[in-house]
Design a protein. Structure first.
Length: 215
């Protein structure tokens, strides 16, 4: 009974406001907390994006795909499926795999590791999404991403907005106040989360069976 309740607790998904709060204050947490919690958020984001682009699943079918010990239960499996569904690019897939590797290192290392450990710092340096030029990021308008350009009250030029088709702000993320490997990791996670949130909010290739249930 205790095992079942703990598994249920681990599957309780935060709402948008909670996620926004977690991301906004994540820089203040320890390195190990940052690595594990942020990867868990991306795991949730991938699942939301994938589900949004599938047919509407019953709870039973959803559990068969994403539940405990199900084929899509792991972060690795979700990354592969998202790539197969063309929800993420090959470059974004590599960044997600890097985040997963960093998460695994912090999860299993018994010693004192940090974002300044040489191996982890090198992995953070290999994350590509923070190096996207501003004009390249603006080209993602088809999934609702935009830079603030410093023209939105309360947000700076480096902050990122998730906007609707009528240009109203759905949510936003702030550029981390810290630099170095930890700051690069956090900004990568925030940017990836925004891409996944946009894919979940505006599915671009939702599969629809015909009225007879066939293809």
């Amino acid at each position: 009974m205790a095992s079942r309740s703990l598994k249920h607790l681990s599957r309780v998904a935060p709402d948008w406001a909670e996620i926004h709060g977690i991301l906004d204050g994540i820089s203040d947490h320890t390195d190990r907390e940052v690595a594990i919690v942020s990867a868990a958020l991306l795991d949730h984001g991938l699942e939301c994006a994938i589900k949004a682009n599938l047919i509407d699943l019953t709870k039973v079918d959803g559990d068969r795909l994403f539940g405990d010990r199900a084929p899509m239960n792991t972060l690795s499996a979700k990354i592969i499926l998202a790539r197969a569904m063309s929800l993420i690019s090959q470059r974004l897939q590599k960044d997600l795999d890097t985040v997963r590797d960093i998460r695994n290192t912090f999860s299993h290392a018994l010693g004192n590791v940090s974002f300044y450990s040489a191996e982890i710092a090198n992995a953070c340096d290999n994350l590509k999404i923070p190096d996207e030029r501003q004009d390249e990021i603006k080209n993602y308008h088809h999934i609702g991403l935009s830079t603030s350009d410093g023209n939105v009250p309360g947000y700076g030029e480096k902050d990122m907005l998730l906007v609707s088709s009528n240009n109203s702000i759905v949510t936003a993320i702030r550029h981390p106040s810290i630099d170095g490997p930890k700051g690069r990791y956090i900004w990568s996670v925030k940017l990836i989360w925004m891409f996944l949130a946009a894919e979940a909010a505006w599915p671009k290739a939702k599969f629809k069976p015909d009225k007879d249930g066939g293809i």
